[in-house]
Design a protein around this ligand. Structure first.
Ligand code: FPP
Length: 252
């Protein structure tokens, strides 16, 4: 159904009647196109995208989602023009100061995955501080994927397996998951990609194995609570078979 034809409160009531995914990941895409459509510099798209991060986090928390992971900066994004990279780092720093009270007051634990050592100190320091201060918060885990790549995460996991000197017969799914950056997070059940693109783009490659995928046409700076609800409604309509048949699921 078209996005504009839905009543937000009615949709929210419907979505809240059915089980929610335990962990939602979002590939936030379309900031550049949003800016270009308005004749603005790309960074203005990212700035408006940062407001969507706040709105969607607030909506996810109010709905009761246990875990939300946002792909904010990929390992490959370092290759973008230096002024765009600098602008994104400034926005991340601003976000960490601006959202601190909201995160603490709403019992949200801030977590981060990726090659965090590559982040400049002006981002890493407030990030570490908020991760530390929010570590005891219990209502929702908000994970920022920063300098993150799924292949890079798998390489880091394999290195840990080697460092831990695991014997081949000790390597199973649990041994892998315990060594991924996402260790301890609930299983990823829904991935949303915005802006009409149909790619995984190196996001949570291992974790995607049985996640449902929702593709939204909305550009990330326009993405809000209604779009999140539409993604959740789509998830709730899916039959999750995990390799089994529909008949087997009906019997179990
Ligand atoms: C992709 O859009 C988006 C990014 C590379 C960065 C995402 C960053 C934000 C949403 C803002 C900062 C984040 C936080 C957590 C405050 P694109 O630039 O590739 O868009 P395009 O495909 O239209 O060019």
């Amino acid at each position: 159904m078209p996005r504009i034809a839905r009543d937000l409160q009615a949709l929210k009531a419907e979505v809240l009647q059915r089980p929610l995914p335990r962990h939602v990941g979002i590939i936030m895409d379309g900031n550049g196109r949003w800016a270009a459509q308005r004749g603005l510099p790309r960074i203005e798209g990212h700035r408006k995208g940062s407001d969507s991060v706040s709105e969607v986090t607030r909506a996810a928390r109010r709905l009761g989602l246990p875990a939300l992971t946002l792909y904010a900066f990929s390992a490959q994004n370092w290759e973008r023009p230096p002024d765009e990279v600098e602008g994104l780092m400034d926005l991340l720093r601003e976000y960490l100061f601006k959202e601190r009270a909201e995160i603490m007051d709403n019992d949200i634990r801030l977590h981060a995955i990726g090659d965090l050592d590559r982040l400049p100190a002006r981002v890493r320091e407030p990030l570490d501080e908020l991760r530390r201060d929010s570590a005891g918060n219990l209502k929702m885990i908000l994970t920022l994927a920063l300098s993150y790549g799924g292949r890079e995460e798998i390489i880091a996991m394999v290195r840990k397996v080697a460092e831990d000197k695991l014997r081949p017969e000790q390597i199973d799914a649990k041994a892998v998951e315990d060594r991924l950056w996402t260790a301890g997070l609930p299983p990823l059940e829904l991935v949303v990609r915005t802006s009409g693109e149909v790619r995984v783009s190196n996001f949570l490659l291992w974790q995607l194995a049985y996640a449902e995928i929702h593709l939204s046409e909305t550009l990330w700076p326009d993405f809000g609570e209604l779009d999140l609800l539409l993604a959740l409604e789509d998830f709730q309509r899916r039959e999750r078979r995990f390799g089994k048949t529909s008949a087997q699921l009906r019997r179990s």
